[in-house]
Design a protein around this ligand. Structure first.
Ligand code: TXA
Ligand code: MG
Length: 336
């Protein structure tokens, strides 16, 4: 893939921003991903309602696991469409701090696919104040999922050049809006019963948040560095077994098993079947993973989930990471 870098406001010609916006919006509508400047760091953006487009983000970043992504809204009116505003404190915070480097985690609505939140029932949302990002997301007219535009394990990029150094050839477009203002990722908070919990410190400081209510730091710093390990991460309640070969697998006696197969519907004796991707496409498999796992977990007809291993290339590594953790989850030991 060739990566094109389009200058936006950096050359101060209004025309170039319009051209960059048109190009970006057209690609977003086609389900493509791209790097966009925000006031914090560059983000790798995709249509948040398109699960396949979101899978491409994980693929380009080479993340060995799925992490929940931040959803960037076109404007304040979008908040209630993607999330449930459960406390007046939430309203106070977003009305004062948006647009800006402030992200809030709220219960999600149906329109956000599970891959965006890595299966969590909550979604992280913010509105960026960057003029280029703001114009693109408004023209696009829908929410954009965007993590920082770095490869896994690397620091967040604050210039278009940083993005190009890491993602050249992996994404079709980088919109260059110059160096970012904060150079540091947004503050991420969670609100419960009038208390603001800081999940990730950032440009909106604890002091600034104190003006709104009681503020506490997240209980465990691991939550920040390893979000995939969050205890609130969705884990199936049912026992999940990983198998190499479905054909030779025999469902244990007295067990009703549901199967999560990679491609071919299995000929085995399964009570329920979900196929991650008929054509063996890892992007499609990633896009389907969380909701299919959830469906099998909720199916009252089965008491065991059998998952078939997927090839561990590209997105397959992240899919397998998720399946291994689901298989090792202590939750399976809990009585139902
Ligand atoms: O400034 C920023 O926030 C940048 C720009 C591009 O907006 N984005 C960014 O995204 O830093 P990312 O994916 O690199 O970091 C997202 C953070 C992670 O720490 C993640 O765990 C947390 O937000 N997060 C996202 N959804 C969450 C959820 N539902 N519950 C708890 N934490 C969540
Ligand atoms: Mg990041």
């Amino acid at each position: 893939m060739t990566t094109e870098t389009v200058a936006a406001i950096c050359d101060r010609y209004r025309r170039s921003q319009t051209a960059a916006t048109e190009k970006a919006v057209e690609l977003l509508r086609r389900g493509e991903i791209m790097a966009l400047p925000t006031e914090t760091v560059y983000g790798l953006a995709a249509d948040a309602r398109n699960a396949i487009a979101v899978a491409k983000i994980f693929e380009a970043k080479e993340r060995p696991r799925f992490d929940p992504l931040i959803v960037h809204l076109p404007d304040r009116n979008w908040l209630e469409r993607v999330a449930v505003v459960h406390e007046s404190l939430v309203r106070d915070l977003v009305n004062k701090l948006w647009p800006g480097p402030f992200t809030i985690v709220l219960p999600k609505t149906e329109i956000i696919p599970d891959i965006v939140t890595a299966g969590l029932e909550t979604v992280a949302v913010r509105i960026s104040a960057h003029p280029v990002f703001s114009e693109i997301v408004s023209e696009f007219g829908g929410p954009l999922a965007a993590p920082s535009a770095n490869r896994f394990g690397k620091v967040s990029p604050t210039t278009a050049q940083h993005v190009d150094d890491e993602l050249h050839g992996r994404i079709p477009l980088i919109v260059d809006g110059g160096a970012t203002a904060h150079g540091l990722e947004s503050t991420v908070v969670h609100v419960t019963n009038g208390t603001i919990e800081i999940l990730r410190p950032g440009p909106i400081t604890k002091d600034a948040l104190s003006a709104f209510g009681k503020v506490i730091n997240a209980a465990s710093p691991e939550k920040i560095t390893a979000p995939g390990q969050l205890s609130s991460h969705y884990a199936p309640q049912k026992k999940l077994m990983l198998v190499d070969d479905l054909q030779s697998f025999a469902v244990p006696e007295n067990k009703r098993a549901g199967v999560l197969s990679f491609r071919e519907p299995s000929s085995g004796d399964f009570t329920a079947t979900r196929v991650l991707s008929q054509r063996g496409d890892l992007r499609e498999a990633a896009a389907n993973l969380f909701h299919m796992l959830r469906e099998l977990d909720a199916d009252p007809e089965i008491d065991l989930i059998i998952a078939e291993r997927v090839p561990e290339q590209g997105l397959g590594a992240a899919i397998m990471d998720r399946l291994r953790r689901a298989a090792h989850s202590d939750a399976r030991l809990l009585p139902r």
